[in-house]
Each structure stands twice: as structure tokens, then as C-alpha cells.
Design a protein around this ligand. Structure first.
Ligand code: FAD
Ligand code: EPU
Length: 338
């Protein structure tokens, strides 16, 4: 089950060539425990891997990569609510479409996000005004240090914007094995996001009688119009989080740049990092093997299959330029390994 010296290029959507000292493909809990025992004996660091769409490999990984490939999809109707439980290895988009096909609403705005279900809670995936936490019920995870299974409720997960307990206090301590989502019979489309409104206008679709499938189709069309398909142009989605700044800096920036794109969050403001990077002149720039996507400046691309250092080098240059021009700190969204 455990292989040595494995090429990780097919396992990360930035298509970075890097090697794993050890690699385990696990399809069930017994195999996961076996893999963890191997890592414990050899004192190896662990990298739990799903679809590899939110990681940057900055070099070879000296430990054990555990590719979560456990399947399983269970749908239970409980009166007004439907509980969907999926193994960590299930594909996220296929799960969304399976629920939409049953006429269930709740996940349609999250269509076409790459990756697997086990990773979805890590950064509380979100798109078009919806986040995983809006339908999240619970998850099961194996505690690496003790081998015990722990159950996490929504509040245990401490979800935030692109954040959860698994990026904070519980970082590197658990492997998520399954996730349960709660979908409701009573459903209201959430289509306030400007790009969705524009799509419905252009297609002359009346947004009052929408079905979950119609919303999913709109999301897919909008995403396809600006986000590169990793199979064609390697990328990891948004490379930076949208920065949240205080009111003083926001007012100063808005005065200098009246068309600044920002959304109010409580007393603070979330800026569109893509707008900042675009206005700073980076959109469509190519630098060696890597570059900035021409239709979405928040997405760094790796068409030349460059090394991780090329990607992180470009990211650092962009972040430094944004800081110099706007006084705003950009924080990468994907996690860097090793
Ligand atoms: P991986 O990249 O394999 O892993 C990501 C992190 O989670 C790693 O730290 C890994 O160790 C950890 N991890 C993975 N599985 C487990 C597990 N079972 N247990 C414990 N830890 C685990 N994200 C959004 O939120 N919204 C978007 O709209 C969006 N659009 C994207 C568009 C494109 C084109 C791309 C390439 C990416 C996009 N992303 C988006 C980012 C990415 O798809 C999500 O973060 C996704 O959830 C990552 O899933 P994955 O299986 O590929 O995770
Ligand atoms: N914009 C520009 N130029 C650009 C890119 C964006 O001016 O090159 C402007 C847009 O015109 C728009 C605003 O910036 O007014 C926001 O752009 P967009 O709607 O494309 O969304 P985003 O803020 O860049 C976020 C998420 C995406 C998610 C979309 C849709 C983050 C870091 N990114 O992108 O998530 O799909 O909203 O909800 O929050 C990801 O996390 O990997 C990801 C793709």
C-alpha cells in the first residue's frame, strides 16, 4: 500500500513537479490507521491529500503523503431535512450535482469547486455568497496522536472566512474521514452576487422561479468564464485571500480610488484582492513558467510547469507591490509544503 519516492505532479493542480518520500493511497479506515502507524514508526511528517487544489509544493515532501480515497455517499431523509454524509475521498462537485439532481437546495452556489469533501471544512470553502458552514452538520476525524475518532459539530469547527479550527488550534492534528451536510426542503435561491445577477440578465432568465439546478448552471457558467480549468492551465484558484481591513484604511483607499471594490463586514471592509492586483498592472503578466491569469488577477497560473519556488517568487513580488501601492497585506490562501 505504501510506495516510496512518488511523483506528486499528477496530484496537485498547480502541476508542480515534486516528490514524496512515501505515498499511501488509503481507501478505508484500516488502511488509514496502517499508514499512520508507518509514519509513527519512521517519525515521518504527514501530508493528508485530497485533490491537491489548495496546496503549493515548494520542494520534495520528506514524509508520508496520505491520499484520502475513501468513497461513500449516504442520503437520509429526516422529515423536513435531508442529511447527506460523504467519505472524505468523494469529489466535491460530484456531490453538489448529486444533491442538485435530487432537487435538493443548499450546495448549488458551491458547484465546480475542485477537490474532495475531506478538505472542504479545512478552509470552509465558499463561493457566490455561500459557504460550507451554511449547510454543515458535522464531521468525523481521526486524531493522529491517539488514533481515536472524534466528532466535530459546526461550532467545534470554528468556521470563518477561508478558515476553521483545522487551520488554527487543531492544525495537523486530525485527518477528516467523513463530512455530513444538512439540506432543507424549504429552499431559497441565493443569487445576490453581482456576477450571477448579470448572468440571469444576459440569459434573460427570470430569477424568481429558479431551481437548485438552474442556480448551479449559472454558477458553472460564471466560473467557466473567468477561472482557468486546472487540466488546461495549472492553478490553485485564488492565490490570496481577500484582505479584511479597518475603516480608516478603507476610507483612505476609497478616496484615492473611488472604484475600489469592497464589501462591508461588521465594522471592517473586505477588499477584492483581484481588483488590487489587476489595477497594479499584474493581470495577464507572464514571468518564466508562471504568470497571472488574464481573466482573473487573483489566480496565479503555472502553464510552464515551473517549480514551487517560481510560483512563490511571483506571489511574493505581487504581495510586496500591493503593500507598496495600497498599504494592504496579502495572505496566501493555499498551504505551502513542506
Ligand atoms: P487539498 O489541496 O488536497 O488539501 C488542502 C489542505 O487540506 C491541505 O492542507 C491538506 O493537507 C488538507 N486536507 C485535505 N484533505 C484532508 C483531510 N481529509 N483531512 C485533513 N486535512 C485534509 N476554494 C473555495 O473556497 N472557493 C472557490 O470558489 C474555489 N475555487 C477554486 C477554483 C480553482 C480552479 C481551484 C484550482 C481551486 C479553488 N478553490 C476554491 C480552492 C480548493 O478547491 C478548495 O480549497 C478545496 O476544498 C481543496 O480541496 P482538495 O481536496 O483539493 O484539498
Ligand atoms: N476583479 C477585478 N479584476 C480581476 C479580478 C477581480 O477587477 O482581475 C474584481 C471583479 O470585477 C469583482 C471583484 O474583483 O468586482 C471580485 O471578483 P470575483 O467575483 O471574481 O471574486 P474574487 O473575490 O476574486 C472570491 C473567492 C473565490 C470565489 C469567488 C466567487 C476568495 C479569495 N476568492 O474571488 O474563491 O469563487 O469569490 O464567490 O475569497 C478560491 O478561494 O480559490 C476561489 C476561487
Amino acid at each position: 500500500m505504501i510506495q516510496a519516492d512518488v511523483d506528486l505532479q499528477p496530484y496537485n493542480t498547480l502541476a508542480i513537479a515534486a516528490r514524496a518520500a512515501h505515498f499511501a493511497q488509503v481507501e478505508n479506515l484500516d488502511q488509514l490507521r496502517e499508514a499512520l502507524e508507518f509514519a509513527r514508526r519512521k517519525k515521518l511528517p504527514i501530508l493528508p491529500l485530497g485533490g491537491g487544489s489548495n496546496i503549493v509544493l515548494t520542494g520534495n515532501f520528506p514524509g508520508l503523503v496520505i491520499h484520502l480515497d475513501n468513497p461513500g455517499l449516504e442520503v437520509r431523509e429526516q422529515g423536513e431535512r435531508t442529511l447527506v454524509t460523504a467519505g472524505a475521498g468523494e469529489n466535491w462537485h460530484q456531490l453538489v450535482m448529486a444533491t442538485v439532481d435530487r432537487g435538493l437546495g443548499g450546495l448549488e452556489n458551491l458547484a465546480l469547486i475542485p477537490g474532495r469533501i475531506g478538505a472542504a471544512p479545512i478552509q470552509n470553502i465558499g463561493a457566490y455568497g455561500v459557504e460550507l458552514r451554511d449547510s454543515f452538520s458535522s464531521l468525523e476525524a481521526l486524531h493522529i496522536a491517539t488514533g481515536e475518532m472524534h466528532s466535530f459539530s459546526a461550532s467545534d469547527c470554528e468556521f470563518g472566512y477561508r478558515d476553521s479550527v483545522f487551520k488554527g488550534r487543531a492544525r495537523d492534528q486530525y485527518i477528516i474521514t467523513s463530512v455530513s451536510l444538512e439540506l432543507h426542503g424549504e429552499w431559497h435561491p441565493r443569487v445576490d452576487y453581482p456576477a450571477l445577477q448579470q448572468y440571469f440578465r444576459e440569459q434573460q432568465i427570470d430569477s424568481s422561479g429558479l431551481t437548485p439546478r438552474a442556480v448551479a448552471e449559472a454558477v458553472i457558467a460564471v466560473r467557466n468564464s473567468k477561472l482557468p480549468d486546472p487540466a488546461q492551465i495549472p492553478n490553485a484558484g485564488s492565490f490570496f485571500k481577500n484582505p479584511i481591513i479597518d475603516g480608516d484604511l478603507y476610507r483612505e483607499l476609497k478616496k484615492a480610488h473611488p472604484d475600489l471594490v469592497a464589501y462591508e463586514v461588521g465594522e471592517r471592509w473586505k477588499l477584492a484582492a483581484g481588483w488590487l492586483i489587476d489595477r497594479a498592472g499584474w493581470r495577464g503578466k507572464r514571468q518564466g513558467a508562471v504568470g497571472v491569469h488574464e481573466r482573473q488577477a487573483l489566480v496565479l497560473v503555472n502553464p510552464g510547469h515551473g517549480a514551487g519556488a517560481e510560483v512563490t517568487g511571483l506571489a511574493q513580488e505581487i504581495a510586496a507591490d500591493i503593500h507598496a501601492k495600497y498599504g494592504v497585506e496579502l495572505e496566501p490562501e493555499p498551504r505551502f509544503y513542506p
